[in-house]
Design a protein around this ligand. Structure first.
Ligand SMILES: Nc1ncnc2c1ncn2[C@@H]1O[C@H](COP(=O)(O)OP(=O)(O)O)[C@@H](O)[C@H]1O
Ligand SMILES: [Mg+2]
Length: 341
């Protein structure tokens, strides 16, 4: 049996979404091969296993363990599956902890996680790789205060609507669709509540399309799925209230546009140095242009989430998906173990 430590909850605003995602993974994991143990990370950062505070620690012989902080009892951990969304989980921090402890972990490494989490950094990388992205202006509280006039001019050039967003969050939290100039300041302040790096992005119209990717060197790329919803934009409620959004796989778009999203998804995945899994989100404009929106390194695994369904459409059903992710994590660990560094 392989002991798999499933991390869920966490310190980010996406705590509840993560718990729901972890339920999905726990429901699908192959219990004939894997023995899942769950650590629920509280909002204050405390790790609990069966209600007991625990920590991840290195053991001798290159192994890792989960140590109960009250009794000192240690249980072996073969691989960590961080089912965490947002900061302190999807952004390279927990990945860094796993690297430090020396335990294999599912999904992207430290740098790719950090880059993909940061919408401003990811945009730079995507631009450098020649990928089409939406134009945006990036602000900090300091530049907004000191260079407000110049920034306002650049924002005005984006037209309306614009979307204001915290650079490093997800689940649409802190995002506002700004349709009038008067609403801009409040929207930026709202985003600053969540991050001190904020993007003001040109609003795009069209379909929202998502592509799932699985793998390290050999990639399985799903057909695109389209999120259909009856709202101005894909906000938190539309994302997670049952029945508010519908996922259509394959997306009802022309074959060449679908192929283009798959090609761009693989390029974005490689440009960011992603491993394990990723979901690349697009806008497909009415004239058939695909624009890369974002790359999620720990995509949702909730009942309404797209990633498991996309991979199922690519021929990888949920249980096999979880198995492949764990195997990829262990294979990467093996590859790295022989490196001289
Ligand atoms: N530039 C944009 N044009 C149109 N809609 C946008 C734009 N940016 C964000 N949105 C809307 O906001 C949603 C969430 O934005 P996104 O950048 O994907 O952040 P998150 O990481 O929170 O999912 C998108 O699914 C889309 O509905
Ligand atoms: Mg999104």
């Amino acid at each position: 049996m392989i002991d798999v430590l499933i991390l869920m909850g966490g310190r980010s605003s996406e705590h509840d979404v993560s718990r729901s995602s972890a339920e999905g993974v726990l429901g699908a994991i192959d219990r004939s091969r894997f023995h899942p143990r769950v650590v629920a990370i509280r909002r204050d950062g405390v790790w609990l296993h069966d209600g007991t505070p625990v920590a991840l620690c290195p053991l001798s012989g290159g192994r890792a363990g989960l140590i109960a902080l009250d009794s000192g009892a240690v249980e072996a951990v073969d691989v960590v599956f961080p089912v965490l969304h947002g900061p302190f989980g999807e952004d390279g921090t927990v990945q860094g902890l796993c690297e430090t402890v020396g335990v294999p972990y599912v999904g992207a490494g430290v740098a790719a996680s950090a880059v993909a989490m940061d919408k401003a950094l990811f945009k730079q990388l995507a631009l450098q790789a020649g990928l089409p992205v939406a134009e945006a202006v990036t602000l900090t509280p300091r530049t907004w205060e000191l260079e407000g006039d110049a920034l306002r001019e650049r924002i005005a050039a984006l037209g309306l609507p614009v979307f204001t967003k915290p650079a490093r969050l997800g689940s649409s939290i802190g995002i506002t669709r700004v349709a009038t100039v008067d609403a801009l300041d409040a929207a930026i302040q709202e985003a600053f509540l969540h991050d001190d790096l904020v993007l003001v992005e040109r609003g795009l119209s069209g379909r929202e399309v998502e592509v799932g990717v699985l793998g390290d060197d050999d990639l399985t790329v799903s057909p695109p799925g389209q999120i259909a919803f009856d709202a101005d934009w894909y906000d938190f409620e539309t994302k997670y209230q049952a029945g508010r959004a519908e996922l259509m796989i394959p997306a009802p778009i022309p074959d060449d546009v679908a192929e283009r999203t798959r090609e761009l998804a693989a390029r974005a995945y490689r440009a960011a140095g992603c491993e394990g899994m990723g979901r690349i989100d697009f806008f497909v404009t009415d004239d058939g242009q695909a624009v890369v929106s974002e790359l999620n390194t720990i995509p949702g695994f909730t009942p309404t989430s797209a990633y498991p369904s996309l991979m199922a459409a690519a021929g990888v059903p949920y249980t096999e998906l979880v198995t492949r992710l764990i195997e990829l994590a262990m294979a990467r660990h093996q590859r790295h173990a022989v490196l001289r560094r």
